[in-house]
Structures are given as C-alpha cells and as structure tokens.
Design a protein around this ligand. Structure first.
Ligand code: XIL
Length: 378
C-alpha cells in the first residue's frame, strides 16, 4: 500500500469515527429531548416526583423525568408530616434524594411546602394536653421549621412554596390552626423569615381554585397589602387541579393577568386534568375531602374511550394556549405527576377510581395529549 492510499484510508477511518461520534451525539440529543426542550423559550416544564419513585430509585421513572422536565417539586417528601413527623424527628432521606436528583440533572427545584394546614402533625398546633399553642409558641415552631428546611437546601432550592392554601374560595382567610392562633401574621412572618434566610430565593404563595373570582380577589388583596408593608413575595402558584369543564378559561386568564398586575411572577404548579365525573359538583383540591366509591363515577376502568381521550387532549391544548399567550408572565408550568397510575386523582376525592389526568399512560408512554402539546410548538 503506498503512502497516499494509507493516508486516505486513515483519514476515511477518522471521518468514520467522527461521523459515528456525531451520530452518537445526535442520538443522545434526540434521546434527551423532551417537552421541556420544546417549551424552552416559553417557560419551565415541571413535574412532581412521588415519594415512591424516590424511595425505590425508580430509574425508569427518574430517567423519563430527566428527559421531559426541567423543574421538579416533591409530591410529598418535603411536607411537614413526612419530613418532620414529630417535632424533634427530621426524616431527610427522601428530600435529600430529591434534591440530589434535581442537582445532578441541573434542574430547577421547588421546595413544597413550608407552611400549610394539611399533612401537618397535630403536635405542631397543640400541646400535650391538647390545648392549642398560643401565637408566640406557634410562630416559634414555624420559624424553627422554615429555618431548618431552608438552611439545609440553601443555594440548591431556588424557589419555595412558602405558604400553601391560606385563602378560601370566597376570598376569606382560611380558619386554619395557623390563622386561629396568629391571624395573618404567620403568613407575613413566614415570607419575611424565608427572605432573611435566603435572599436569593423566589418566594411563592400557592393555592387551588385560583381562577375563582372570590379567591382571586382575596389573593390580590393580600398581594396589595404585602406590597404596602414590604413583605417579600415574588410569585403566585396556581395549582391547576382542573376538570374538563372547570375552570372557565376566561376566568383562568383573568386570574393570570390579575396576579401578574400585582408585580409577581405566575406559576402553574400542580396541573392535572380530572376526566372523571365530579362528585356533587365539587371542585378544588382540599386534600381532606373524601367521598364514597360508586361504580357509576368510575366509568373508565378498562381505558378511556376515544372521545374522552380526544376531549382530554383538547383540554390540555386549550390550557397550554392560554399559558403560551401569557408566557411573558408565566415562569413555569408544573404537572402534578408523570404517569396516570401514580396520580393522586385515582384516590381523590374518591378512593379507588381509575383516572387519566396526566401526559403519560400507565406504561409510561406519552399520551395523545403529550403529542398535541408538542404540535403546539411546531
Ligand atoms: C397531594 C399529593 O399528591 C398526595 O399524594 C397526598 O396524599 C395529598 O397531597 N395541593 C397541594 C399538594 O399543594 O401538595 C397536594 O398533593 C394536592 C393539593
């Protein structure tokens, strides 16, 4: 073999290797592409990570999450009950796993949630004799909680749901044990303290039924008062536990605009679409609500009908069109879970039903709605 031929072969081999490398990079880029990439210029696309997925190190689920989403919220692992079942007992394992997972994958991580009335042990609110703590004592427990959690993850969790669900659907303050003991002082104090601990953190108020006019008025009033008093709040989370009919899109839009007008960023924080018949006209997401199972309200045990699947996809498209229209106000759209089998809506508000609220099916395959959301960006 003469020199030039040898050279030629060598360079062909090199080109081949380069092509292979390029191909591998391309294949990896394709494999890494998910919903998040299609919406990169619009807003973050998030999901909730279940405690089961964390506990089991479910690599299939966690791999899917890393491909499709760029923001994560712990579905339960950072709530008071799971993370601090008794006052002197902190259970960090799942929350640490959650934050490590997000950090490893360079994701935006949301801390959910510091101050809430649900999933909190009674020992937070009552002394050993069952007597409610007074304002000073309760605020002290709250401050200890906020400080311990935020300091542990400072620099790694950039955004926190500081207060969850403090306002009723009619705009009145929720009569929670927090409110009963402190009035609204617990809310202002939680935000102030969170800001002192991590001045860089994005601090949010989060609630359900945020499209309802009464709730909207209550939240806007709170934001106005906070602005006047200099209470640091940077974002509002609309949970987005919606149905096929509620809320009306015009109301949702009106709320997005109204909150943004108060100078805060808008987040859709817990989006899922309940396709099952609603029970007694109930909307919302008060986790304490429970209704008895009846077969008539569980019509899709063997799968969604084609019409129902289409209607679900249409609903997702309609919602995302609104989000895209207001993308200048919206930082993030987070789904409350990945696949239908793990959705809390299989058991809320009626235990044991078969629901289809998310973008991936029970085999973790993308559903029609997923592809329609991709199509929106083509
Ligand atoms: C839900 C979880 O998805 C369930 O697993 C848990 O049993 C109850 O809480 N509003 C919130 C979320 O802020 O934390 C709730 O999550 C749903 C309603």
């Amino acid at each position: 073999m003469n020199i030039s031929r040898r050279k030629l072969l060598a360079s062909t081999a090199l080109l081949g290797t380069l092509a292979q490398l390029k191909h591998a990079a391309f294949a990896k880029a394709v494999a890494d592409t998910g919903l998040k990439d299609h919406y990169q210029k619009d807003f973050l696309i998030g999901t909730a990570v279940s405690s089961a997925s964390l506990a089991e190190n479910d690599s299939k689920m966690l791999g899917l999450i890393a491909r499709e989403f760029n923001s994560i919220t712990a579905e339960n692992a950072m709530k008071w009950g799971p993370i601090r079942p008794t006052l002197d007992n902190w259970q960090w394992e799942l929350a640490d796993k959650f934050v490590d997972f997000g950090t490893r994958n360079k994701m935006h991580i949301v801390g959910h949630t510091l101050v809430w009335h649900s999933q909190v042990p009674d020992s937070v609110f009552f002394d050993e004799k069952g007597k409610p703590l007074n304002k000073k004592a309760l605020l002290k427990v709250m401050e200890e909680h906020v400080t311990t959690l935020m300091e542990r993850y400072k620099g790694r969790i950039p955004a926190w749901d500081v207060v969850n669900e403090a306002i009723e659907d009619d705009g009145q303050w929720r009569q929670s044990p927090w409110y009963k003991a402190t009035g609204t002082d617990y809310i202002a104090r939680a935000f102030q303290l969170a800001h002192e601990i991590d001045p860089k953190a994005h601090l949010m108020y989060n609630d359900y039924n945020m499209a309802m006019p009464g709730k909207r008025a209550g939240v806007v009033a709170m934001l106005k008062e906070f602005k006047k008093k200099g209470v640091p709040i940077h974002g509002v989370g609309l949970q987005g536990h919606v149905g096929m009919e509620h809320p009306e899109l015009a109301e949702l839009e009106a709320s997005i605009v109204a909150y943004a007008e108060q100078g805060v960023r808008v987040h859709i924080t817990e989006l899922d679409v309940d396709v099952l018949p609603s029970v007694w006209g109930i909307t919302g997401a008060d986790v304490a609500t429970r209704f008895q199972y009846r077969p008539e309200i569980d019509p899709y045990i063997n799968g969604l009908t084609a019409e129902a699947e289409e209607a679900l996809s249409e609903r997702y498209v309609a919602l995302f069109k609104i989000f895209l229209k207001h993308r200048d106000k919206i930082d993030r759209v987070t789904l409350w879970g990945v696949s239908d089998n793990l959705s809390w809506l299989n058991d809320f508000p009626v235990p044991g039903r078969t629901n289809y609220p998310l973008l991936f099916d029970r085999e973790l395959k993308p559903k029609a709605a997923y592809f329609r959301l991709l199509d929106l960006k083509r």
